[in-house]
Design a protein around this ligand. Structure first.
Ligand code: THU
Length: 132
């Protein structure tokens, strides 16, 4: 996963921030899918690496994600943004989030610790304590 994320990171399109990010997700099948951040001249259109990797997995037919690994070029492990935490949680609320710095320093957390009290699909179905 680390080499996959770093390879994707080398292809990051980030002319505006100069901040390269690579991500690799370990899908339910055991396959690994990667992504990088893809920025846009219309800044809010930019896509994070984590959601790129997630989209690749889902497009390949994956339904669950067990872990995500995130790489950057900074000297300490970099956590996923809030939007990516929410996007990832849809496919694995219990997944592990591994962050690796440029000097191979590693931090690891359960996604449920990074996104407590998450909004999930259960709320839409009314099976999370919502009154009918
Ligand atoms: N970025 C990611 O790819 N993932 C994150 O979780 C945080 C931020 C990207 C978006 C943008 O291209 C650059 O990092 C600076 O915010």
């Amino acid at each position: 996963m680390l080499s996959s994320a770093r390879e994707a990171m080398s292809n990051a399109y980030c002319p505006y921030s100069g901040f390269r990010v690579g991500a690799a997700v370990l899908a339910g099948s055991g396959d690994v899918f990667s992504g990088c951040n893809v920025e846009n001249a219309s800044y809010p259109v930019s896509l994070c690496a984590e959601r790129g990797a997630l989209s690749a997995a889902v497009a390949a037919g994956e339904e669950t994600i067990a872990a995500v690994l995130i790489t950057t070029e900074i000297g300490k492990p970099c956590p996923p943004c809030g939007m990516c935490r929410q996007a990832l949680a849809e496919f694995g609320p219990e997944m592990e989030v591994v962050m690796v710095s440029s000097s191979d320093e590693v931090a690891q957390h359960a996604l449920s610790d990074l996104l407590p009290e998450m909004f999930g699909p259960g709320f839409l179905k009314g099976d999370e304590g919502v009154d009918e």
